[in-house]
Design a binder for this molecule. Structure first.
Ligand code: SAH
Length: 268
């Protein structure tokens, strides 16, 4: 009998921001698979369950382990912080399962399938993706309402994406006046990218553009800072931080960051 894979977005960290469906899936699962730090965030919920946890850069091994467990009949919860479909594990699980078993044949119709001839036990239909509150939602909420208009999410991690592509996206988003949410802004080995990103954005936005820097949003150690594009690099930024850079209309009022949607107020 084959099992099932839940790909669970556990939200930003605090138990209150875990969705009800994520919670029931974690209860339903026989095994929890995830990066150590994230497993620790939900330890109180998963109690004595079997846990497969690995380091940050072992995503492929982690997902393969989850698929193997599910093929052996286990219900497996693969966890990502925030939303599993946003720089998380959801896509990788699909890619691995699709290459192993039955995959939709997109050239004909979404309903017809092709067999890859490998191990057809687990299919994409045995995967359930459970959404979570992403870092951008959590960061926006603690800053005020900065995402009221069109925005772009950009990760500065160049492990899987060429830096030239990332730079092009940053400048295009800045040029098009999107509010910009920056994920993975800085790590110990990657310190220059955030400076380059800031400089690219500065070509199209004023120095006093509001910027929100949020570390550990909605979990222990939360730090919220409102600053400006010209000043943002003078503050603590690391891998636990999400940065939201306002568009040309974003403003700060009473220590909150607001991007107007365009409603007319104060007019009859
Ligand atoms: N799937 C996750 C993102 C994983 S990428 C999500 O949807 O949120 C990892 C990056 O997410 C971090 O480098 C950081 O930029 C951001 N991040 C994740 N959790 C965060 C939190 N609680 N507070 C601030 N930023 C966070």
């Amino acid at each position: 009998m084959k099992g099932k894979i839940f790909v669970v977005g556990i939200g930003p960290g605090s138990a209150e921001h875990l969705t009800q469906r994520a919670r029931t899936a974690l209860y339903e699962a026989d095994v929890i698979v995830g990066y150590k730090t994230y497993v620790n965030l939900i330890k109180c919920i998963v109690g004595g369950k079997e846990i497969v946890s690995t380091g940050m850069t072992e995503e492929v091994e982690r997902c393969k382990a989850a698929i193997e467990l599910a093929e052996n009949g286990k219900k497996v919860a693969v966890i990502s912080s925030g939303d599993a479909g946003i720089y998380g594990m959801a896509g990788l699980i699909y890619e691995l399962v699709a290459n192993k078993g039955t995959v939709p044949d997109l050239r004909t119709s979404p309903r017809s399938v092709v067999e890859s001839g490998l191990s057809p036990t687990l299919t994409v239909h045995d995967i359930e993706i459970i959404p979570g509150v992403s870092a951008l939602n959590a960061a926006a909420a603690v800053l005020g309402a900065p995402l009221m208009h069109d925005f772009a999410a950009i990760s500065l991690s160049d492990l899987l994406t060429p830096w030239e592509v990332i730079q092009k996206r940053i400048e295009s988003a800045a040029m098009a006046d999107f509010v910009i949410c920056i994920y993975n802004p800085k790590s110990s080995g990657r310190v220059e990218q955030i400076r380059i990103a800031r400089d690219l954005i500065s070509r199209h936005r004023k120095p006093d553009t509001p910027v929100g820097i949020v570390k550990n949003a909605m979990r222990d150690g939360q730090k919220v800072l409102l600053t400006t594009l010209s000043d943002m690099l003078n503050h603590d930024i690391d891998m636990l931080t999400t940065i939201i850079i306002g568009n040309s209309t974003t403003y700060m009022v009473d220590s909150v960051m607001v991007t107007p949607r365009g409603y007319k107020i104060g007019e009859e």
